[in-house]
Write a protein that binds this ligand. Structure first.
Ligand code: AMP
Ligand code: GLY
Length: 427
C-alpha cells in the first residue's frame, strides 16, 4: 500500500515511524514532514491545506490511503473533498469528514452534543456578539475561576482561565466585540471550572465499533510544577496509574459508548481517531473537549505502545471492520520529554544546529520542529524541537532514560521540563 501522511510535527514522525514498520507498506510519503519523517519515507513539499495539489500528488503516485495528522485539513473538509471527487473516492481517508471534525472545530457544537447524549461535562452557556450583557450576567453567577473558550480553532490559544471576574468580563468583550481570535471567537463558550487531573483518551472508530488506545497524560505548561503559560505540550506519560480498571470502566460506559452512539444517532459519519480530553474529578470522568485527531505529544508515547500493525488498524477504520481487528499493546510505561527552543511559547529563534542525535540508542527520538539546512545538517525549525520517548517498567525508569538523553541531544537555547510524570509517581 502507498500512503500519504499529512502533517509536520512529532505526532507525524511517530506515526511515520510506526507505519514504516508495517509489512503492508509499499511507499510512505509525508507532506510536508520534517527532518525526522524524512528518515521514514519521502517528504513532499505540499501544504496540508492545498487540497488540489494533494489530489494531483495522490493520483500521480497511486496513493491508496491518506492519513491526516492535524485538525485543520479535517475541519476544512479534506475527507469530504476526497469523497466528492470521482478520482479520489476509492482512497481510504483516516480522519473524519467535516461534520465529525466539528467535534473539535466548534466548542458550541461539541457541548451541545455532550448535553444531548448525556455525556458528563462542565455546565456551560454560549454567547454571541449581541449577547455580551447576558454573558456578563452568567459570569457574575459563577464561582471563580472563570473558563472562557473561543468557539472555533484558535491554534490552541482559545481557552482563557482567570480567577478575576473583571478580567473575565474584559476577555469576553475582547473575544466577542473585538474579535480577539477572529471568526473563531464570534461565539464564546463560558463554562464551569472543573478541578481535577487531566487525561487524554484516544479512541479509534470506524463509525460503528471502537477501540480504546493506551491512555496518556500530557504536560501543557512551560514550567516545572505546571507553572507558566500553556504550550503545545512539554511531555507525556503512558500508562497513567490513576486510570485504573474502575476509572476506565466509567470512561468507557459514560463517555466512549455514548459518544460513538451519539455520532451514529446524529448521522455523523466518523472514520478516524477521537481524542477525548478528560478531567478526573474525584474519580469521575468529565469531558473537557473532543479533538478529531491524535494529540501531540501523547502520540509519541501512545503509538510506540502499540505492538500490532498500524496499517491493519487503519484498514479496520476505513473498511468498517475495526471490531474484527486485534490490537496488541506493550504493557511497559513510556515517558516522552520534549526539547524546546528558548523563549517558547513566545518568540524564539530557529536554525540552531542539533547535535548528538546519532548518540542515542536507548530512546526513540521523534522530530517535532526540525529541518535540514543546505549542507544537510539537522537544525531547529520550531518551538517544540525534539521528543525523546523511552520505555521502562515504571514512570521513574522510563523517565530516567529520557532525561539522560535530553542532556545528550543539544542545541543552542535547549530547554525541557525535568518533572514530567512526577505528579503521577506514588510518594
Ligand atoms: P482546550 O483547548 O479545550 O484543551 O483547553 C485547554 C486547557 O484548559 C485544558 O487542557 C484544561 O487544562 C483547561 N480547561 C479547559 N476547560 C476547563 C474546565 N472547564 N475546567 C478546568 N480546566 C479547563
Ligand atoms: N496534547 C494536546 C493536543 O494535542 O491538543
Amino acid at each position: 500500500m502507498n500512503i500519504l501522511l499529512l502533517g509536520s510535527g512529532g505526532r507525524e514522525h511517530a506515526l511515520a515511524w510506526k507505519i514504516k514498520q508495517s509489512k503492508k507498506l509499499n511507499e510512505l510519503y509525508i507532506a510536508p514532514g520534517n527532518a525526522g519523517t524524512a528518515l521514514c519515507g519521502h517528504n513532499v513539499s505540499i501544504d496540508s491545506l492545498d487540497f488540489e495539489k494533494i489530489k494531483d500528488f495522490v493520483i500521480d503516485n497511486n496513493i491508496q490511503m491518506l492519513v491526516v495528522g492535524p485538525e485543520t485539513p479535517l475541519v476544512e473538509g479534506i475527507h469530504d473533498f476526497f469523497n466528492r471527487d470521482i478520482a479520489l473516492q476509492h482512497i481510504a481517508v483516516i480522519g473524519p469528514e467535516k461534520m465529525g471534525a466539528m467535534m473539535e472545530g466548534s466548542k458550541d457544537f461539541s457541548k451541545k452534543f455532550m448535553i444531548k447524549h448525556g455525556i458528563p461535562t462542565a455546565a456551560y452557556k454560549t454567547f454571541t456578539k449581541n449577547e455580551i450583557r447576558d454573558g456578563v450576567v452568567f459570569i457574575n453567577s459563577l464561582e471563580p475561576p472563570y473558563v472562557l473558550k473561543a468557539d472555533g480553532l484558535a491554534a490552541g490559544k482559545g481557552v482563557i482561565i482567570t480567577e478575576n471576574q473583571g478580567e473575565a468580563v474584559q476577555i469576553l468583550n475582547y473575544m466577542l466585540a473585538d474579535a480577539m481570535f477572529g471568526e473563531a471567537s464570534s461565539k464564546v463558550v463560558i463554562e464551569e471550572y472543573l478541578s481535577g487531573i487531566e487525561l487524554s483518551v484516544f479512541v479509534a472508530t470506524d463509525g460503528n465499533s471502537y477501540k480504546i488506545l493506551p491512555v496518556a497524560k500530557d504536560y501543557k505548561r512551560i514550567g516545572e510544577g505546571d507553572s507558566g503559560p500553556n504550550t503545545g505540550g512539554m511531555g507525556s506519560v503512558s500508562h497513567v496509574p490513576f486510570a485504573d480498571k474502575v476509572f476506565m470502566h466509567k470512561v468507557e460506559q459514560k463517555i466512549v459508548i455514548p459518544t460513538i452512539n451519539g455520532l451514529k444517532q446524529d448521522n455523523i459519519p466518523y472514520k478516524g481517531f477521537i481524542f477525548i480530553g478528560l478531567m478526573n474529578v474525584k474519580g469521575e470522568p468529565y469531558v473537557i473537549e473532543y479533538n478529531a485527531r491524535l494529540g501531540d505529544p501523547e502520540t509519541e508515547t501512545v503509538i510506540p505502545r502499540i505492538k500490532s500493525d498500524i496499517i491493519d488498524l487503519f484498514e479496520g477504520i476505513a473498511n468498517g471492520n475495526l471490531a474484527g481487528k486485534e490490537i496488541i499493546f506493550d504493557e511497559r510505561t513510556a515517558v516522552c520529554i520534549m526539547l524546546v527552543s528558548k523563549g517558547y511559547p513566545d518568540s524564539y529563534q530557529k536554525g540552531k544546529m542539533i547535535r548528538n542525535l546519532d548518540k542515542i540508542a536507548d530512546s526513540l527520538v521523534f522530530h517535532a520542529g526540525t529541518t535540514t539546512d543546505k549542507s544537510g545538517n539537522i537544525i531547529t525549525n520550531g518551538g517544540r524541537v525534539i521528543a525523546i520517548t523511552s520505555f521502562g517498567d515504571s514512570i521513574e525508569e522510563a523517565k530516567a532514560i529520557s532525561l539522560k538523553n535530553a542532556e545528550i541531544i543539544d542545541f543552542e537555547g535547549k530547554y525541557y521540563r525535568k518533572d514530567i510524570g512526577k505528579d503521577l509517581i506514588k510518594q
